[in-house]
Write a protein that binds this ligand. Structure first.
Ligand SMILES: Nc1nc2c(c(=O)[nH]1)N[C@H]1C(S)=C(S)[C@@H](COP(=O)(O)O)O[C@H]1N2
Ligand SMILES: [Mo]
Length: 406
């Protein structure tokens, strides 16, 4: 935004409103001067992110990692992508935070305080893979609108909270319950308080899984503000849009939840494959559920140089939505032949799995290392872009890095 016009149009009253207090010597403010308190803050400092993270959008904030930043087995906050659809809530009163449970299929509407949730139910910690449905969107052609994620909209942190199913069993729900839908405290970019930026959910069967959490901690600390403080739904293995941040209401629905971004082309793909660029009727779109098999080489960084005769150590992670990854392979000849990597078991269901191997190269020159994961059902990552869809979701093509042997 142009700062001069911005202040030019803003009255002292409005500025005081945003600052939350009076500007005492406001009458002496130079014309067109923007008080420091209103200038953009440094997002890396604000969100405690590493400076190598990439900002894709600042209204709303959308920030992604690069592959080599995701090398940790448990993703720390500094390398965790941020995906927002609206404005991050500003004033969070965790001490008085409540979660209202309503909907057609709730036995009786109830309000839990955050304290109730923390004290009444047993707590669990799981490491859970959260990948944005649009991760990899930047490669689709014709291009898809939206944040141009490359490979870094995925994380696997430790989440601590209570099982959603313990809370659902405590409150009781009718036998016609089919879906849950979340509502949250973030606000619509338009400023219209009647509009929600996003309100999604999952089928009741997913809600009842052991690992589906109402979480209040990430990596052993309060969830960072940008990631949903003080209460977040975490549904590992599904598009991360199902994992509502800042949630204050949960509806138990007797039909598929119809909140913001549940319909149209939002987080939905053509039920049957379509030609690139095709127009797809709403009635032919299906909601994305479990995410497809995928992997990422996190060591070394693409572009690494190695000396002829040395072996190259590679490592990374692989995940497959609700499934486990059963095989991990690499190729140095553009996919003609594949060799196996060592693959670890997941620490718990819905956590990513680690792979590593050492690679020898036949002679000096340019190479690419391609990585390919296969899920327990025998489905592998495609070497080229998978099916085009209007919003550019579910790109699980093989990750590749460039290597020069000198
Ligand atoms: N309330 C709320 N929850 C939300 C969103 C949002 O904008 N508002 N974005 C969703 C989407 S699309 C994704 S990919 C994940 C991102 O989670 P993260 O920012 O913690 O990485 O949060 C999901 N939950
Ligand atoms: Mo997302």
């Amino acid at each position: 935004m142009d700062r001069r016009n911005f202040t030019g149009k803003m009255s002292l009253v409005i500025m005081a409103g945003i600052l939350g207090t009076d500007i005492v010597f406001g009458h002496s403010l130079p014309k067109d001067y923007l008080p420091l308190g209103l200038q953009d803050t440094d997002p890396f400092k604000l969100f405690k992110k590493d400076r190598q993270m990439v900002i894709l959008n600042d209204k709303p904030w959308n920030i992604e990692a690069k592959a080599h930043l995701l090398n940790d087995k448990i993703t720390p906050n500094e390398f965790m992508f941020i995906r927002n659809n609206g404005k991050i809530p500003q004033k969070i009163d965790a001490a008085n935070w409540t979660l209202t449970i309503d909907g057609e299929s709730v036995r009786e509407k109830k309000i839990y305080s955050l304290k109730d949730l923390k004290t009444k139910f047993q707590q669990y910690t799981y490491q859970l893979t959260l990948e944005c449905g649009g991760n990899g969107r930047s490669e689709f052609n014709p291009p898809a609108k939206g944040n141009q994620w490359t490979v870094g909209a995925v994380s696997c942190a430790n989440w601590t909270g209570i099982r959603l199913r313990d809370m659902l069993n405590d409150i009781g729900y009718k036998s016609d319950a089919v879906y849950i839908g979340y509502h949250a405290a973030d606000t619509h970019l338009s400023g219209d308080p009647t509009k929600e930026p996003i309100s999604r959910g999952v089928p009741i069967s997913k809600a009842l899984q052991e690992e589906t959490l109402l979480a209040f901690q990430m990596n052993g600390e309060d969830i960072p503000l940008a990631h949903g403080y003080p209460l977040r739904l975490v549904c590992g293995g599904w598009p991360a849009s199902a994992s509502g941040k800042w949630i204050n209401r949960l509806s138990i629905r007797n039909e598929v939840h119809d909140g913001a971004k549940m319909g149209g082309s939002s987080y939905r793909v053509p039920c049957e494959t379509v030609a690139p660029g095709a127009k797809v009727e709403n009635s032919s779109m299906c909601i994305i559920e479990s995410m497809p098999v995928k992997s990422l080489i996190t060591t070394p960084k693409s572009g690494a140089l190695i000396k002829m005769g040395n072996t190259l150590h590679i490592e990374g992670h692989a995940w497959a939505g609700e499934l486990t990854v059963s095989k991990m392979e690499y190729s140095i000849d553009f996919g003609s032949t594949w060799q196996k990597c060592t693959l670890e078991k997941p620490i718990n269901r819905l956590a990513w799995q680690h792979f590593k191997t050492s690679i020898s190269f036949p002679k000096k020159g340019y190479y690419e290392v391609w990585a390919r994961a296969t899920d327990q059902n025998g489905k592998s990552q495609p070497m080229v872009l998978p099916g085009w869809n209007p919003k550019g979701y579910l790109n699980n093509a093989c990750h590749r890095i460039a290597i020069k042997v000198v």
